[in-house]
Unconditional design. Structure first.
Length: 211
């Protein structure tokens, strides 16, 4: 108690808070500069003339990257990848950026469904998203869909629904950080669908190759 009193009287705590704030700002600026220099955007090249083609949708919004996949006669289902605490538990205050990005944390597999069956319906329902249609082989798509559904089902006893995102989250069983983020997950899924993904040191975004 005496130590706490001394720190309060001498202004030590106030000085410490000010210094910590400056250090935090410097770390944020340094990490931003690092990602700007080293990180880049991967280019997606869809497969040419896939067998029995089916259309999937690469989605991009301010929060994440994901894939919409046709789910038999049930419309479309989206899968994405992110940080468990950030998305499932709403721990998205600015100071959580550091532990979310700079070192490995628990990842989450996210999902939501829509009855939309066409691109027009999908765009109307999710007007804030950038949606990029990609044609892939139906067999490859079905294999990916079943794999993601199995992963989701395996952790369903820990699932969390977050109304802020309108999505259900389960532990992914893998880490999330700047070397393994939503762009990397989607890139991996697209590769399994026959797409070519250009290599970059740190994948900060995705883009479709110009035709």
């Amino acid at each position: 108690m005496r130590l706490v009193g001394w720190m309060a009287e001498t202004g030590f705590l106030t000085t410490l808070r000010k210094r910590w704030k400056r250090i935090t700002i410097l770390l944020l600026l340094a990490s931003t500069a690092f990602f700007a220099i080293v990180g880049s955007t991967s280019t997606i090249t869809p497969p040419e003339d896939p067998d029995d083609p089916v259309t999937i949708y690469l989605l991009m919004d301010d929060l994440h990257r994901g894939l919409w996949l046709p789910n038999a006669d049930q419309g479309l289902i989206e899968y994405g990848f992110g940080d468990w605490d950030w998305y499932a538990n709403n721990q998205d205050s600015w100071y959580h950026v550091f532990d979310t990005i700079l070192w490995p944390t628990a990842g989450t597999l996210a999902s939501r469904r829509t009855s939309a069956r066409s691109e027009e319906e999908l765009r109307r329902q999710f007007s804030w998203m950038q949606l990029h249609p990609i044609q892939v082989a139906a067999k490859d798509m079905q294999t990916l869909l079943e794999s993601l559904a199995d992963r989701f089902a395996a952790a369903s006893n820990q699932q969390v629904y977050n109304s802020r995102y309108g999505m259900t989250f389960v532990p992914a069983g893998e880490s999330y950080w700047f070397l393994s983020n939503c762009n990397d997950a989607v890139a991996s899924w697209l590769e399994s669908l026959g797409c070519s993904i250009s290599w970059v040191p740190i994948r900060l975004d995705l883009q479709l190759a110009e035709r």
